[in-house]
Design a protein around this ligand. Structure first.
Ligand SMILES: [Zn+2]
Length: 272
């Protein structure tokens, strides 16, 4: 996992226009964009000095680097602007989303593994793979992904939507939660629904997954049908939950999330 001081990056005049490296500069849940593309090193030349970049690999033959900061510099180069990562997922080509997810997950992981968890020595990039190594005790660390489940539960022509206490707006989403140690993803769906809203489901079916780098989740999307139990939000994580038809939908998650795509697919089926 090579790290490169910004000063050692070559710039446009050396690379030629087509292969000038792109930079994924992330802070919080935002990333810097230049129009509809990630900025090149030339675009960011003024704000990369003194930073160490992570080599992420290539996209369409173009080398990519990542850098993470607590916040973006106050003065950004002309044409460069911060954008919410989830807006990139919603409106840019899939390969851009994949690259951004990879960048954000790796940068977050590095930020949190600067020291060995066993002996507290400073870690160094492993020589042979993507991991980090401890030069003192030999411990190895690899990028971590946290699997989580998310489920669209139907009951006749209605779906289960819940309001999470952390949502500051009136948005309602799908039931979701992390897979716990020892569980299968299916076990996690069943447990989350029982714990959070007190219901049991049947016909549980896996649909698809989506990388969700806030900070390092892999969302496993399911569909299920209501079987039994009385809907009762737990009051801790969820402060409200209900069954909604397509005519009575509250504010739902914006495009770009697996939650929204599961809801959109259900809406399409309702229409047909
Ligand atoms: Zn160690």
């Amino acid at each position: 996992m090579p790290f490169v001081p910004a000063e050692r990056l070559k710039f446009a005049e050396e690379f030629g226009r087509m292969s000038e490296p792109l930079v994924f500069f992330v802070a919080g849940k935002e990333v810097l964009m230049c129009g509809t593309e990630f900025p090149s090193v030339s675009h960011l030349r003024g704000i990369l000095a003194g930073r160490t970049l992570l080599e992420l690999g290539e996209m369409d033959g173009v080398p990519c680097f990542g850098v993470m900061a607590e916040a973006f510099p106050k003065e950004l180069p002309e044409g460069v602007r911060p954008m919410m990562c989830r807006d990139v997922f919603a409106s840019f080509p899939h390969d851009r989303s994949v690259a951004l997810c990879r960048a954000r997950i790796l940068l977050f992981w590095l930020e949190n593994h600067r020291f060995c968890g066993k002996c507290a020595s400073r870690t160094v990039p492993a020589k042979t793979d993507i991991g980090l190594a401890c030069p003192t005790c030999g411990a190895r660390f690899f990028p971590q992904i946290a699997p989580a489940v998310i489920v669209l539960v139907t009951c006749g022509d209605r779906i289960l939507l819940a309001h999470n206490r952390q949502f500051t707006n009136g948005m309602y989403g799908l039931a979701a939660g992390f897979v716990e140690a020892g569980e299968s993803a299916e076990d996690a769906v069943v447990r989350e629904l029982e714990e959070e809203v007190g219901i049991q489901v049947k016909a549980l079916t896996y649909v698809r997954s989506q990388s969700w780098p806030f900070p390092n989740s892999l969302m496993l999307g399911f569909r299920a049908e209501y079987a039994s139990g009385e809907l009762c939000p737990d009051g801790k994580e969820l402060d409200d939950a209900g069954w909604f038809s397509k005519e009575t939908l509250p504010m739902i998650p914006p495009p770009g999330s697996i939650a929204r795509s599961l809801i959109d697919e259900w809406l399409e089926n309702q229409a047909s």
